[in-house]
Design a protein around this ligand. Structure first.
Ligand code: ARG
Length: 582
């Protein structure tokens, strides 16, 4: 069986032919293998001849012809055709696809390869601020980060999740003062039912009462100097916040656990040393009372050098200092050689400068990669940032619960499911809808939040995929019940829709690899949607249970099973469940 990206294999075949024809070594990407345009009547096309024609000063059709003289199609493709200006049209052989489908059905990984080089990835995601309003951006980071976490694990990398919880800084002064004022410190029940509301109340007190504000400022000093009572309250507040976070993570079914939290305060003890090292290296220099790194190439709009402040005028450290300490920890202590940060687009400049500074400091060496996986905002129907009607940011737990409620009404009429199963399905559908809406569009772009769209039964939605899968499971159950589920020894591709579905199924490894290489889950979503659509067409045009012969029936059932496993595996890589019945 062929593992990994099919297009890469075809690329390697072209590379060999180019070498044989022109004694020219090109890379696989230079073989330019693309899905063929529909009018070509092929599966793939290679556009290699056009750029080569320029290099060789030959007509591109002639280049293509000479490549084909040396092209070995093996048992994979039909003898290729040249089209248009010199496109090489590649069509997979029917018998090869038949064998490949059979092999895929027997393969646990559905043909997906593992990475050539196993990396130790440290992925920073979710990373909300304790006791502060968690906003839709944190939900995006959690969902996108979790999908990427799963994709990297599936590729065989070692993945260390880090939840860089913001648990330190001046807001804690006012929050702790508010706790004291509320008598929380002495109460037995140390829960905070609505963290966002609590934060807003503390903020309001801070802004309206100068005496409170003064106490809050003193509280910050007490916190920084390690006053025991203050530390105790701070710890309890953070613990309550973590408990609520954990509830949310569990409900969402994300992989993050409390032990993955490595909060900002963890780095406090090493911050003086970080700054000292930077100073000793001459990287951090005094500027207007603060200590700054000036990273070459970064300037303000006016063209002045742009500082990264690592120690403020008042002696306090910053978000940057902590992030530098975190990089050093992740490369030195954790041994990470691939650092991934799933954080919203507004922090792009922060990460660009941070990575550059860390490289200058030698904490991120040449062999290590660092990537800011940036994403856009979630917009409301009015095209502005998603908020409640009252203008407050939305409590994420409310959002998730509403998703489940809405999904419950979608599945309400499925009375054949028992109450318990219906509840489970509603959860899978609701949470799936929420996640998929976030994952299915290019993450760099903003997207408009719409319950109707995310729960639509048709279109590129989770429920469409879940439904397609449940329908396949039901076909398979029927076959079983009718005693018609004999194992196939061969796949028979007689009808075009059957072949089209099989080609899609054979492209699962490519889709997964693409999503993983570019850290772009939406590529996998697009693929899954196309696969479910191909299944639909197949099922409309090919009878399965009443196929003409037992062999054909067994073959089609095998394709059904393979399609279901592919959709299920794909959804699971996105952190979405695929219920057996829906
Ligand atoms: N807590 C930050 C925020 O809410 C995000 C932290 C991202 N991770 C990091 N290492 N800077 O904006």
């Amino acid at each position: 069986m062929l593992r990994g990206d099919l297009a890469d294999e075809l690329g390697r075949m072209i590379v060999a032919a180019v070498d044989a024809a022109f004694s020219l070594e090109i890379s696989v990407p230079e073989a330019v293998i693309r899905p063929a345009l529909p009018e070509r009547g092929a599966d793939y096309q290679s556009n290699v001849a056009m750029p080569l024609a320029k290099r060789l000063s030959l007509p591109s059709r002639e280049v293509a012809a000479r490549i084909l003289q040396h092209f070995d199609p093996g048992d994979i493709v039909e003898p290729p055709q040249i089209g248009g200006a010199g496109f090489i049209n590649l069509t997979l052989r029917r018998d090869w696809l038949e064998r490949q489908a059979l092999a895929l059905a027997r393969d646990e990984r559905l043909g997906a390869a593992t990475a050539d080089r196993r990396l130790r990835v440290v992925i920073d995601y979710s990373s909300p601020n304790a006791a502060k309003e968690m906003h839709a951006g944190h939900l995006r980071s959690t969902i996108i980060g979790d999908a990427i976490h799963r994709l990297l694990l599936f590729a065989g990398h070692e993945v260390i999740p880090e939840n860089h919880l913001g648990d330190w800084g001046t807001p804690f002064g006012m929050l702790i003062e508010k706790l004291v004022e509320d008598g929380w410190s002495k109460s037995a029940d140390r829960t905070i039912p609505d963290m966002n509301a609590f934060y807003r109340e503390a903020r309001a007190r801070f802004e309206s009462d100068p005496e409170f504000a003064e106490r809050a400022r003193r509280r910050v000093v007490a916190l920084q100097s390690g006053d025991p009572e203050t530390l105790e309250l701070w710890g309890a507040l953070v613990a309550e916040s973590v408990r609520q976070l954990d509830d949310l993570y569990r409900l969402l079914g994300v992989l993050l656990r409390p032990e993955d939290i490595c909060p900002e305060s963890f780095y406090n003890p090493v911050l003086p040393q970080i700054v000292e090292e930077l100073e000793a290296e001459g990287l951090a220099v005094p500027s207007e009372g603060a200590l700054c790194i000036f990273v070459p190439g970064f300037t303000t709009r006016e063209g002045d050098p742009l500082p990264l402040i690592v120690r403020k005028r008042d002696g306090g450290y910053t978000y940057v200092t902590t992030d530098l300490a975190a990089i050093r920890h992740r490369t030195r202590e954790l041994g990470g050689n691939y650092l991934v940060y799933v954080v919203g687009a507004p922090q792009r400049l922060h990460f660009e400068m941070l990575f550059a500074a860390a490289r200058m400091a030698g904490w991120l060496d040449q062999g290590a990669r660092a990537e800011h996986v940036s994403f856009g905002s979630v917009l409301g129907p009015d095209g502005r940032m998603l908020r409640t009607r009252a203008g407050a940011s939305i409590r994420l737990l409310d959002l998730v619960e509403e998703a489940i409620d809405r999904a419950a009404s979608v599945v309400a009429e499925r009375t054949e499911l028992g109450d318990e199963e219906r509840e489970r399905v509603a959860r899978a559908v609701g949470i799936g809808a929420l996640k998929y809406a976030d994952l299915s569009s290019d993450r760099e772009k903003d997207y408009v939040f719409s319950w109707e769209r995310m729960l639509a039964m048709d279109g590129n939605t989770a429920v469409y995929l879940q439904y397609a899968n449940a329908r396949i499971r039901s076909i398979l159950r029927k076959a079983e019940a009718a005693g018609k589920a004999a194992k196939a020894n061969a796949v028979i591709l007689s009808a075009p829709a059957e072949r089209a579905l099989t080609l899609k199924l054979a492209q699962f490894p490519a889709a997964v690899q693409m999503a993983t290489d570019h850290l772009q889950p939406h590529r996998l979503c697009t693929y899954l949607y196309e696969t479910a659509t191909a299944f639909s067409t197949f099922y409309e045009t090919c009878s399965v249970l009443n196929a003409e012969t037992p062999e054909l029936r067994a073959s089609r059932l095998l394709l059904c099973e393979l399609a279901s496993r592919t959709i299920t595996a794909g959804l699971n890589l996105l952190g979405i469940e695929a219920p057996e019945r829906l």
